[in-house]
Design a protein. Structure first.
Lengths: 367, 367
């Protein structure tokens, strides 16, 4: 199909099986001598060169990247990682790499899987997702000099992520929730709550920080701030409980750490007796298909750019690229706030009319 | 981590780099002779055996399966293939296989990519999705004796899929829409519409057939059937247009070929002035997170079983399993109809209260 000779095209041309051509290259003792001579001659004439072997001789690379695939979740929160996977596969293929998937029960299991993959299928580099505080994976990979990049910054409480000894690309969650909070302030809300995850999650605390600094700047007292922050584990049902609690404490609008929480808070808001015509009073995170479907405003991460950058970083290292052409080792991307009219079912007659605010909430920090 | 020696554990033990151990095995000329002798001795003592090479010698297998990843869609319809990918990765890993992803623009591109993968990274077998009429991929794979399995039956209009010369696993769409239609009949609806895709898609026509045979059995005349079927390309917006058309023609309920169409039809139903208390009058397909979020009833495919079966079929062929233990080469699975109360925002106070009907719509056909 591609014009250049392949194992399959050679087999077709010679009228032998694919396995025979493969054996002629890798296990000549399995091929009868006459056929072997004929296949070898054809291979020499055709210029066919088994690409993996050729590549490995030239570059010692397998052209394989690998990533752990986390279990499917409720399909709301997890969908952002599926978007990342699609983008990563595309970006990898554009540079000639394939992406191999594996699963693991926890970080130790992921390290064991990486260890085995390095011994067995010759992976050039790894993409880590779900970074968190005290992440044992990055230390292990550094110690063994395994090329990798993180989607997610290291969440150390003591060290500057821009000093990290490994590359990462991430999205600025705090800037995103700050922008969402400012939108609600601009619309006249003065008691804006935050619905987030239990303390200790780097990603969750970062998203809460953006809300916190914005309501403080706007003059909220510490007592108000305590009142207007609720933390629950991530689910739609918990979002409804947390949302009801916040509205009962006098919040008129809520910024959420995820779209799962936002969906729950949204149902609570609709039942709170609030004036539904004031525009979006609940803002989610990750702009999932669910948010689009019900007309919920949400923060959209630039997943495609993050994935492309992760592949660029690995490719540069693997191909021994020039130092002065190295992609940013530590890159924090800005997100976009997608503002929608809520209530698509009852008012507009159209599902989820979407307009993108295109707000760049944060300039990329380039070190 | 795993107890048995690996490339990484050997390097650690010897105080040399991973690359040095790898070179000692694959490129001894790159290692200085003293180190080489020491590493080789340690390898011999440890019983370490590079697994890929070992496996290939024993079985000539790479333990790699591969699948084309289609571009991300609106996140509603495409999400069922993401669920399949998660399940497939899990099932593959349980049997010791990894899953490699690639992308392609069309069927010819997929064949070219498979051709290249066979020559370069030594893939044992392929999983095809998105089967359709006149599918050039299966003929090519058969001709070149490449192990593969389809998620989706061959949609030939002339040949019995149970006579297909290759294995497939699929879900019985017609039985699913028939069951959905019967549910609406039981609830007293006598003008039930079908909102589907343009004619010619095997999957779409199959889903329409289940509705068609059920309304005919219930006594609908041919003129009614024509009136109550609308075909549009898949999108939420088209679902709204198609839904409005069906309700304007007197439909009181609609069965849909997808959740994207169902979301559109659902908005149309809510605006149609219908009595919302009668229970679900729109039923979708694929039970996406969006359907759960808004309380839409939908058909749930047994994706996990389909993925596990696909891997079993490939594994049996690749491991030269006994013929009398072969998994079904052609397996049609039953789906489940997930019935929900619509209108979670205004009435129940809870998001998407879900109860699974657990209706097995069809016994598996075992040939």
């Amino acid at each position: 199909m591609t014009g250049k000779p392949t194992l399959v095209s050679l087999a077709r041309e010679l009228g032998v099986s694919r396995q025979t051509v493969s054996n002629a290259i890798n296990a000549p003792d399995r091929v009868n001598p006459t056929t072997l001579a004929r296949v070898r001659a054809a291979i020499d004439q055709s210029g066919y060169r088994p690409s993996r072997a050729g590549r490995q001789l030239r570059t010692r690379r397998s052209m394989n990247l690998a990533m752990r695939l986390y279990p499917a979740t409720d399909g709301i929160n997890g969908s952002v990682l599926d978007r990342f996977l699609h983008s990563l596969t595309d970006a990898a293929q554009r540079l000639g790499y394939r992406l191999t998937l594996f699963t693991a029960a926890d970080d130790a299991g992921e390290i064991a899987a990486i260890d085995e993959l390095l011994s067995t299928v010759d992976i050039d580099g790894f993409v880590l997702t779900g970074t968190h505080r005290e992440d044992i994976r990055t230390a292990w990979l550094l110690r063994h000099d395994v090329p990798f990049v993180c989607f997610g910054r290291p969440w150390s409480t003591s060290d500057d992520p821009y000093d990290a000894p490994h590359p990462w690309v991430d999205v600025d969650g705090a800037a995103s929730t700050a922008e969402a909070t400012r939108l609600l302030l601009d619309r006249g809300h003065d008691r804006i709550g935050f619905l987030g995850w239990p303390a200790g999650s780097g990603v969750g605390d970062d998203r809460r920080d953006g809300w916190l600094r914005t309501v403080r700047l706007a003059g909220s007292a510490d007592t108000d701030v305590d009142q207007l922050s609720v933390r629950v584990t991530d689910s739609v049902a918990n979002g409804a409980v947390g949302g009801r609690e916040l509205f009962s404490r006098g919040a008129t609008a809520v910024v959420c750490a995820s779209d799962s929480l936002a969906l729950g808070a949204f149902t609570a808001w609709r039942q709170s007796g609030a004036d539904l015509s004031v525009g979006p009073a609940v803002i989610g995170f990750d702009d999932t298909p669910m948010a689009a479907a019900i007309g919920l405003s949400s923060v959209r991460q630039p997943i495609e750019r993050a994935a492309a950058h992760a592949v660029d970083v690995l490719h540069h290292r693997l191909s021994d690229g020039a130092a002065d052409e190295a992609p940013e080792p530590h890159l924090l991307l800005a997100s976009t706030l997608v503002i929608r009219q809520t209530d698509p079912f009852l008012t507009s007659g159209e599902p989820a009319s979407v307009r993108s605010a295109g707000i760049e909430t944060h300039k990329e920090k380039v070190t």
